[in-house]
Design a protein around this ligand. Sequence first.
Ligand code: FE
Length: 337
Amino acid sequence: MLRSCFNRYLTAMFCCVTLFGTSVSHAEQVVVYSARIEQLIKPMFDAFTKETGIAVKFVTDKEGALLARLKAEGKNTSADMLITSDAGNLWEAAREGLLRPIESKTLEANIPAYLRDPQNQWFGLSVRARTIIYNTQKVKPADLSTYEALADPKWKERLCLRTSKKVYNQSLVAMMIAELGEAKTEQIVKGWVANLATDPLSDETKAMEFVAAGKCDVTLANTYYYGRLMEKNPSLPLAIFWPNQASNGVHVNISGAGVTRHAHNVPAAIKLLEFLSSEKAQNLFADVNMEYPANPKVKTAPAVAAWGSFKQNPINVTTAGELQAEAVKLMDRAGYR
Ligand code: FE
């Protein structure tokens, strides 16, 4: 529907422009379904159109709604590309057959292997780090070490967590299952639950506000939420601790994209994906949401780099999807709601 309307619009434009004798034979478009909101994506699309002449039409919605829509539309979808956060969501889209493998030397060169699907159905475009956030008046960095150590009884009634219903902690637990095994991970998650100061909270901004207010001392959050909160309230007694630096590294996830199974314009969609991975667009993609560029040749924004450098866990982010169902079951068994 979207495509046919737009085609009609293009045709109308073509007729008019032809009347004036100008060729618009390069008028092409890519249609994107995006779980990233307009203000995070439009600047890059505008830059892409400026460079290539290819128009980008986009629809934004929650990832669940976009996946359902892609599934329902099947072959008739207008979408050439899906953009969403979390490898778990992209893995699910690939598992549902909504994406297609693509070959691109540019993407393979720009995006490290651990941040993309081994079958090349999706590619990470920005990195999100999941860290420990602590109250600087109540906790010393020396008290902290790993995600696992937050299960220690010394944190009893001092931990706040976001609900297990959100994919971020599901992905973290999935990675822990891969690295520590199921039994050990279950023990740790039970320990977290035993240490909770409050019921799990709806979002991580709220969890950090609880930490700042002294209702608990530590929480887990993606760093961009910390960045947004501190921008609004620079005096909050909160700081980032980079966990697992002596072992496997900080749990990272991605925002990323793939070309849809039923894309109408595969070459243009690949071109857009390559552009988004390029040095030119990577800062636009990452900085606007205070994330880290996925392309290692690109420098992190100064405001984000100021939080310090850290070792990332190099386990392939696909694991978050592969073990997501097991993670959800494990969290349920452990009483993490
Ligand atoms: Fe988020």
